[in-house]
Design a protein around this ligand. Structure first.
Ligand code: SF4
Length: 311
């Protein structure tokens, strides 16, 4: 095997939010040459609008440029949470402890449902599927859509066969720049990529779901009700949650939670340039661009041993 300091392949981690969609656009237009694949990790529970956006950028941007979009998955996060027979990588649920205190369950979902299937696909593309060892010097260059306003999220990969690159940082582009660029190419609104029932949603996202997509709202309300006692496998295995789990940070049932409360940041966002303000308000209100595999914008993982989901 010949080793090299050049990447064997260039791949885009495509979360299908604004930033990674812009990277796909720039590659398709030749501003960022050399992209071999875009990889989308599907948790199985993205909003319909995200799947529609993904289909559209595949049809109108990726396919004409000859960039294959590979959709990878390690299960359906919603179904797995409710299936006693499935080992479930926990979501960051808001917990009301038995003593009345608050907590959160640890976030394992991004690693299980997003990072893991991407790594598996990359190994396969390199020709060294797990458990084969990837030879030293064989690696992919992985593009990640992180804009300058979130530079702190840029991190190296944790495996030698992936080297991360951040083209938006190199170009000095902000999230607002990305939204403008997308609009200029006819993408008037780019949905946030994150699970339909992600507990990191802010009020604006919950309201949008309730007010514009009744079927998806019913789906998340039903899920919220179903996870009150924790994940199904733990409960069936005799280690139920010591408390109650909720999707909304108020730790009230989703259909009774105070999602109509408009935050100060949202009000501020309505006063100035609408697009920049929306971007700023989203970031401040916890309603940023969703859950990217390598830079979850929806929140920070909680210490693993402090708020364990089960007893
Ligand atoms: S969107 Fe939320 S629930 Fe889905 S993988 Fe990311 S952190 Fe987990």
């Amino acid at each position: 095997m010949t080793t090299t300091t050049l990447p064997t392949l260039r791949v885009l981690s495509l979360g299908a939010g604004a930033q990674s969609s812009v990277l796909l656009l720039l590659a398709a237009e030749g501003h960022l040459p050399g992209l071999d694949y875009a990889i989308f990790a599907d948790t199985g529970w993205e909003p319909r609008s995200v799947y529609a956006h993904l289909d559209r950028i595949e049809r109108e941007v990726a396919a004409p440029a000859g960039i294959p979009i590979l959709r990878v998955s390690s299960g359906n996060i919603r179904a797995d949470a409710l299936d006693p027979g499935k080992r479930f990588a926990s979501m960051p649920l808001h917990i009301l402890n038995a003593d009345g205190g608050d907590g959160m369950s640890r976030r394992q979902c991004t690693g299980q449902y997003k990072i893991r299937p991407i790594k598996e696909k990359v190994r396969e593309l390199l020709g060294f599927p797990y458990p084969q060892r990837v030879p030293r010097g064989v690696f992919v260059e992985q593009w990640i859509g992180i804009s300058v306003d979130e530079v702190h999220r840029a991190k190296d990969a944790d495996v030698a066969y992936m080297k991360n690159r951040f083209p938006l940082l190199e170009q000095g582009l902000t999230r607002a720049d990305c939204l403008r660029l997308l609009r200029s190419r006819g993408f008037e609104s780019t949905p946030k990529s994150s699970c339909l029932g992600c507990p990191y949603h802010g009020n604006a996202q919950w309201r949008a779901l309730r007010d514009t997509s009744p079927a998806e709202w019913e789906d998340v309300v039903a899920f919220d009700r179903a996870i009150r006692g924790g994940n199904a496998r733990a409960t069936a295995g005799g280690t139920p949650l010591l408390g109650q789990a909720y999707l909304h940070r108020s730790r009230r049932p989703l259909d009774q939670a105070p999602i109509d409360r408009v935050t100060a940041h949202e009000w501020a966002g309505r006063q100035t340039d609408v697009f920049d303000a929306i971007a700023d308000a989203e970031l401040e209100a916890g309603d940023a661009d969703g859950c990217s595999p390598w830079a979850c914008r929806s929140g920070t993982p909680v210490a693993a041993d402090r708020f364990a989901l089960t007893a």
